[in-house]
Design a protein around this ligand. Structure first.
Ligand code: PEP
Ligand code: MN
Length: 341
């Protein structure tokens, strides 16, 4: 249930009303809009009489939310969430409504030279964030598993040298202690429903990029975000990265319709990963344009300075030269979509 309070009521009036609602055993989440305070009730609301609530002098509107997600629901939070991240260059990056965000870098951190060179190149081309995996979820135990803590150290060094904020994947909650200087924690497709991991992320105060699972519905993605948000961490960015289907021409099928669908249902930013969605570097520019045209708030893209010798996902990694060109296209698209870049 979502309750919009009347405009102009005082904080103490709102607090007393929240106390009254909590007596029914529900948890009340508060969202402060431009004019209204909106209350999201989580828990069993069957004991609450909707009619008498509507008649309450502080209440403007009562909405029964049909969807199982509350915190991520646009009904609870009508305005788009914008996440602000202060970079090591003291510039703030905004992720969400009105902005286009580009996160770029290799699938995996390989060497200091590799990540350092790519960091410099993507920053110069205008990327807002450097991506790079240190902990890698590989389908085969015989494949390169990522450099782990050493990879994270190299990525942090690249952040410092190039003064660009970083995003990297967390697979095990035990490693969160190494993530203090990581700007965005990435939760990979394979961990989208690792509920104990999601609950722990709810307790931390770092922005989380949550990738859609290989065979998960949009509702399941939103429910996964709910695990993080109900814990108190509302800085969630959703990522469409393609889903499994019958056609093997591309690595996955990029579900472009998920972008407007999520935006209709939720206030959270949506980022698209054209690299994992297609598995084909030559398709990345076309899918980037399609994603932005469909309303995405940005992209996370794999860029490698030597794709042929990449230790992971070389086939889907674009070169810095292609990335530079792509950034020019993105700039034009940002103008058309009236978004800051
Ligand atoms: C990645 O970003 O390198 C990755 C493993 O992505 P996904 O979880 O979407 O497969
Ligand atoms: Mn990858």
């Amino acid at each position: 249930m979502v309750i919009a309070l009347k405009a102009g009521i005082s904080q103490s009036q709102a607090e007393r009303f929240i106390g009254f609602l909590e007596k029914y055993g529900v948890t009340v989440h508060v969202s402060q809009g431009a004019a209204h305070v909106v209350l999201g009730l989580v828990g069993d609301t069957t004991g609450i009489d909707e009619e008498s609530l509507r008649a309450h002098h502080l209440v403007d509107k009562v909405i029964r939310v049909q969807e199982p997600y509350k915190m991520a629901n646009r009904a609870f939070h009508p305005h788009d969430t914008i996440i602000d991240i202060l970079g090591p260059d003291q510039a703030v990056r905004h992720i969400g409504d009105g902005y286009l965000t580009v996160m770029a870098g290799p699938c995996s951190v390989e060497t200091q030279e590799q990540i350092g060179a790519i960091a410099t190149l993507v920053k110069k081309a205008g990327a807002g964030f450097l991506r790079g995996g240190a902990y890698k979820p590989r389908s085969s135990p015989y494949s390169f598993q990522g450099l782990g803590p050493e990879g994270l150290r190299l990525l942090l060094e690249a952040k410092k040298q190039s003064r660009i904020p970083i995003i990297t994947e967390l697979m095990d909650i035990q490693d969160l202690r190494f993530f203090e200087d990581v700007d965005i924690v990435q939760i990979g497709a394979r961990n989208m429903q690792n509920f104990s991991l999601l609950k722990e992320l709810g307790r931390c105060r770092k922005p989380v990029l949550l990738k859609r699972g290989l065979a998960n519905t949009i509702t399941e993605l939103l429910m996964a975000s709910e695990y993080i948000m109900t814990g108190g961490n509302e800085q969630v960015i959703l990522c469409e990265r393609g889903i499994r289907s019958f056609d093997t021409y591309t690595r996955n099928i990029l579900d472009l319709s998920a972008i407007p669908a999520i935006k209709r249902q939720s206030h959270l930013p949506v980022i698209v990963d054209p690299s994992h969605a297609t598995g084909l570097s030559w398709m990345v520019p076309a899918m980037t344009k399609a994603a932005i045209a469909a309303g995405a708030d940005g992209i996370i893209v794999e860029v490698h300075n030597d794709p042929e010798h990449a230790l992971c996902d070389g086939d889907q990694s674009i070169t810095p030269a292609v990335f530079e060109q792509l950034m020019q296209t993105i700039r034009r698209y940002a103008e058309i979509e009236n978004k800051c870049f």
